[in-house]
Write a protein that binds this ligand. Sequence first.
Ligand code: COA
Length: 165
Amino acid sequence: MSARLRLERLSLGHRLGSCRTGDPEIDHYLHHAARNEQAQGLAAVHVAVDRHDAVVGFFTLSPLSLRADSRLHHLLGRNGLPYPQIGGFLLGRMGVDRARQGKGIGGELIELAAHTSAAHITHVGGAFLAVDPKSDTLVSYYERFGFVRIDPTGVRRRMLRVLVR
Ligand SMILES: CC(C)(COP(=O)(O)OP(=O)(O)OC[C@H]1O[C@@H](n2cnc3c(N)ncnc32)[C@H](O)[C@@H]1OP(=O)(O)O)[C@@H](O)C(=O)NCCC(=O)NCCS
């Protein structure tokens, strides 16, 4: 990531208190659930830290399998795969401290999440990075980074970025 920030796996030493994204649900997760979920193996939590050791943003990654229906085949550009499920990764939660928003950090975190996921493909396989945008406006934000909505007509906003072509 950029020279001013470094990416680390969340540990007990990180000070999370000053990182507030402005979204109460995301903030509650970071301050009250992230460490527990990571300890339980539900998600890996990656934090962006500045040169003063303050956490300025974060994202989580988890394994995810999706039903291999025709829409998923189409998005992945592969037809007739003989599997009921196809595996990938979920960009579960993400946020940037409100005071640091609008400076490209969110975009950098998305690229790092894709890069981290792609690095794991070598060892465990995986075809996509998925995200569930919290709002309709965020759909267009994730589109900037190559995510495509699985079902544009559906209620769910789930989007995928293909990791392997
Ligand atoms: C969404 C978020 C991570 C973006 O982080 P960021 O560092 O500000 O993002 P970037 O600097 O890379 O991009 C800024 C751009 O994203 C846009 N953007 C930010 N939040 C947005 C939203 N909710 N909907 C649509 N666009 C949004 C900004 O308008 C800005 O647009 P511009 O480039 O045309 O000026 C940050 O706003 C955040 O933490 N929000 C609260 C938590 C949240 O919603 N997390 C995502 C859950 S799915």
